[in-house]
Ligand binder design. Structure first.
Ligand code: ADP
Ligand code: NA
Length: 298
C-alpha cells in the first residue's frame, strides 16, 4: 500500500499571448478547469502504475472539491481519508503564453488544513510506503513520516516545490526525489558547495543516508542508493508538454518499489512514466498506465 499525504487542487489554466507584468492585466479567451495538486497527481500516478493507493489530505465543501477528486475516484484511489473542511478547495491559477512559458499562483486553501491524524489509525506495516511532497504543512508531514517509520514502512519525499526541508523530516526519510532545481536548493540549504545533481545525490546518500534521485528532464535521471550510482537516459519521445512529468516519475517510482522492484527497476519505471507523461497534453489525463510503462521499459 502507498499512502500519499499531500495536496489536492483544481488547476485553472488560461492561455494568454504574453504573461502579465506586475500591476498588469492581460486577457485570455477562456480557461480550462482540471484536477491537480502534487499529492493528487502522484496518488493517481502510483495508482495507474498498479499500486493500491490511499490519499490523505483535505478539500473544501465547494463545487471544486468534486472536480479535484474526480479522476482519483474513477481510478480507485482510496479517498476515505480526504477531509472536507471549511476552506475553499486549493486552486492553482495558471497562465500559459504562446511559447508555453507559464506563471502560476497557488491558493493553498483547504490544503492548509490537511492533517496527518488519520495515519495514526491506518493499519500500516513494513511493506508500506508514505509519499510526501511540499504542498501541505510540513509539521503534519513530519507527523505522518514518524508514524510510517514507527510502523516499519518507508518514507519518500518529493522535494517539490523547491525549498529547504525541515531537518527533523530529513531524519525520517528513506528516499528523496528532486528535479535539478530542487536538488540545488537542497544543497544550498545544507551549506553544501556541490552544484552537480550527481554530486548532490551522492552526498545525500553517503552523508545523510537518504537514497537520492535527481530527475534531469530530457537527460533522464541519476540516483544514488547505498553507495551505488545509477544513471539512466530518457527514452527518445515526441514531447507534447512536460506537465506532470515529475509527478508521473515519482508516483510510478513509488509504485514499483511497493511492487517489490529494486532501486534500478523502480528508476526505470519512473523514468518511463515521466517520459510518457510528456507525450500527452495536460496533467492528470497524461499520467500513464502500467501497461504503457512496462511496454516502454521492455
Ligand atoms: P519536473 O517535471 O519535476 O521538473 P523533470 O523535468 O526532471 O521533472 O522530468 C521528470 C522526468 O520526466 C524525467 O526524469 C524524464 O523521465 C521525463 N522527462 C521530462 N522531460 C523530458 C523530455 N524532454 N524528454 C523525455 N523525457 C522527459
Ligand atoms: Na503532460
Amino acid at each position: 500500500m502507498i499512502v500519499v499525504f499531500g495536496s489536492l487542487n483544481v488547476d485553472l489554466v488560461t492561455p494568454v499571448e504574453r504573461l502579465p507584468g506586475a500591476g498588469e492585466t492581460v486577457i485570455g479567451p477562456s480557461y480550462a478547469l482540471h484536477p491537480g495538486g502534487k499529492g493528487a497527481n502522484q496518488a493517481l500516478a502510483a495508482r495507474r502504475a498498479g499500486a493500491e493507493v490511499r490519499l490523505v489530505g483535505a478539500v473544501g465543501t465547494d463545487a471544486f472539491a468534486d472536480i479535484a477528486l474526480s479522476l482519483l475516484a474513477a481510478e480507485g484511489v482510496d479517498l476515505a481519508e480526504v477531509a472536507r473542511v471549511e476552506a475553499p478547495t486549493g486552486a492553482a491559477f495558471i497562465a500559459v503564453d504562446a511559447d508555453g512559458a507559464n506563471q502560476i499562483v497557488v491558493a493553498a486553501g483547504a490544503n492548509v488544513e490537511a492533517s496527518a491524524t488519520p495515519l495514526a489509525s491506518l493499519p500500516l506495516g513494513e511493506g508500506d510506503i508514505l509519499l510526501l511532497q511540499r504542498e501541505v504543512p510540513e509539521a503534519e508531514c513530519l507527523k505522518a513520516a514518524r508514524r510510517m517509520k514507527q510502523a516499519g514502512g518507508r518514507v519518500i519525499l518529493n522535494l517539490a516545490p523547491a525549498g529547504p526541508p525541515d531537518p527533523a523530516l530529513l531524519e525520517c526519510l528513506d528516499m528523496l526525489v528532486a528535479n535539478e532545481h530542487e536538488a540545488l536548493v537542497l544543497a544550498q540549504s545544507l551549506g553544501w558547495g556541490e552544484r552537480e545533481p550527481d554530486d548532490i545525490a551522492r552526498r545525500c546518500d553517503g552523508e545523510l543516508g537518504i537514497a537520492c534521485i535527481v530527475t534531469l528532464g530530457a537527460e533522464g535521471v541519476v540516483g544514488w542508493h547505498g553507495g551505488v550510482r545509477r544513471r539512466l537516459a530518457a527514452p527518445a519521445i515526441n514531447v507534447v508538454d512536460t506537465v506532470a512529468a515529475g509527478d508521473s516519475f515519482t508516483g510510478a517510482f513509488a509504485a514499483a518499489l511497493a511492487a517489490g522492484y529494486g532501486f534500478s527497476g523502480a528508476l526505470q519505471r519512473g523514468l518511463a512514466a515521466g517520459s510518457l507523461a510528456c507525450t500527452a497534453a495536460g496533467a492528470q489525463p497524461s499520467i500513464p498506465r502500467k501497461d504503457a510503462i512496462e511496454a516502454l521499459v521492455g
